[in-house]
Design a protein around this ligand. Structure first.
Ligand code: ADP
Length: 458
């Protein structure tokens, strides 16, 4: 079987998807056309005052019924098509559709007056659509065939070789036997058809080339991103190794294994130790984000979100107690559906959300965690009445290393990578995360923040 597929598109999923989508679109469009033709046959006499003979009515009804039948068969066949270039594929299917449609249209034109019917203009529309899908040689062959068959029909009617089916009431005097008229109209018709095909085909080729370039650029961008992330991982690892060594030496000194250290130096060393611990935390967070960015697919296992949350809350219990924070945990779902996802990653995300709420809340604050069912998914809200996030910072809060302006001078420890990690994890699960501040628990000087995560069931 001849391959109609351009070489660049053989393995291009996007190309096949577009063709399949267009095929389905034509099938739907054809049902509309059938309905319109039926309405036209039934109402033409009343609305336009034009009448069909018995033969015309039978022929038009039969043509319309055939369109309906072959459209049904095409719709059924469509599902079984495979995108293999050298077998019968969606592109061959487009060609079959086109040939069937053009044949039906040629018959419609013939039974509604040949050169006298305005319906022959519909060929232009078909040619443009065909040019967008089929390769140049195929569509040029079809266009030339259509023009010649049309000429043949018109000349056949002129020389009374085939009978002419005029539509009564459409024209005052017949035109099919007016030689000058048929020659002029046929030439213009042929010219319009060929020009439409040439132009549409040129535009379609340019579009395909642009699409191809876009795909290539996207692939290059992805490759560059992978390279960048691997580079970041390499560099951060190199930084982390001496940092860990510094930490170990500091621990040896601080724990007194090298002899007594005077109070002043001890205090300074403790600060150095805290700062280097922060630096290690930062390297760990950067590594996590880079690895998440490199992750093509996450593990997909059935997960009960509530179980993950319970485990996170259990681990954070001491921190709740230490700050005397009240926790309200509500599960409003009627059906406790499971989601497909990576348990470990989701635990990291939920744990980060809860630790943030605990970090940015004052003693005796309130944290509400609510699970809700949403259309085709689960919603988790972590809401607090802590220090909140200023409006101007909200937009950037999920960016790497970003920390809000209201905490920068207040000594809250952190790297500004937590929310970025959470967002990546949620997006890897095809979910979304948004933030609101003030939260619904807001009171004077305690605006609070609320993080709402949506995770789809599939
Ligand atoms: P950090 O390590 O600084 O906590 P995150 O990425 O987790 O980094 O958070 C980014 C910034 O978002 C924080 O520095 C803080 O300003 C703000 N933030 C996050 N969670 C909350 C919260 N529950 N309440 C108030 N501010 C928050």
């Amino acid at each position: 079987m001849i391959s109609l597929v351009p070489s660049w598109a053989v393995y291009n999923e996007e190309f096949w998807e577009t063709i399949k989508h267009r095929n389905l679109w034509f099938i739907k469009l054809r049902y509309g056309a059938v309905l319109m033709l039926f309405a036209f046959i039934v109402s033409s006499e009343f609305l336009l005052g034009i009448g069909f003979t018995q033969t015309q009515l039978v022929a038009l009804t039969l043509i319309n019924c055939s369109i309906l039948v072959y459209n049904g068969i095409l719709q059924w066949l469509r599902v079984y098509l495979k995108c293999e270039p050298f077998k019968f594929n969606p592109l061959h299917f487009s060609l079959v559709q086109m040939v069937l449609d053009l044949s039906a249209l040629m018959l419609l034109v013939y039974f509604t007056g040949g050169i006298e019917t305005p319906l022959f203009m519909l060929f232009v529309f078909h040619m443009i659509i065909g040019s967008l899908i089929l390769p140049g040689t195929v569509i040029y062959t079809i266009a030339i065939s259509v023009v010649f068959i049309f000429f043949g029909m018109v000349l056949g009617e002129y020389h009374n070789l085939i009978s002419h089916h005029a539509v009564a009431g459409l024209l005052q005097t017949p035109l099919y036997n007016n030689f000058k008229f048929i020659v002029t109209y046929s030439i213009v018709f042929g010219f319009v058809i060929l020009m439409s095909v040439v132009l549409a085909n040129k535009i379609a080729n340019q579009l395909y080339l642009m699409e191809q370039k876009l795909v290539e650029s996207l692939e290059q961008l992805n490759a560059a991103e992978v390279e960048k992330q691997n580079y970041v991982i390499g560099v951060v690892h190199e930084i982390k190794t001496p940092l860990s060594a510094v930490n170990s030496y500091l621990d040896v000194i601080l724990q007194g294994f090298l002899g007594p250290v005077n109070e002043k130096i001890l205090a300074k060393l403790q600060r150095v130790r805290a700062r280097s611990a922060e630096a290690i935390q930062l390297t760990n967070d950067v590594l996590k984000v880079s690895k998440l960015r490199l992750l093509d697919e996450i593990k997909k296992e059935e997960i009960k979100v509530r179980d993950i949350l319970s485990s996170v809350l259990k681990k954070q219990r001491a921190n709740f107690d230490r700050k005397k924070v009240k926790l309200h945990f509500k599960d409003n779902r009627k059906i406790r559906s499971k989601i497909l996802g990576d348990k470990l990653l989701l635990e990291i995300a939920f744990s980060n959300l809860v630790s943030n709420a605990l970090k940015y809340i004052e003693d005796e604050g309130v944290i509400e965690i609510i699970l809700d069912e949403k259309e085709k998914g689960i919603q988790l809200e972590v809401c607090d009445n802590g220090i909140g996030i200023p409006e101007k910072d909200i937009e950037k809060i999920f960016d790497d290393f970003y920390r809000a302006s209201n905490i920068r001078s207040k000594g809250y420890e952190g790297t500004g990578m937590g929310l970025s990690i959470i967002k990546h994890i949620v997006e890897k699960h095809n979910g979304t995360i948004e933030v609101q501040s003030p939260s619904r628990l807001a009171s004077t000087n305690k605006p609070g923040a609320s993080f709402i995560v949506f995770l789809p069931l599939e």
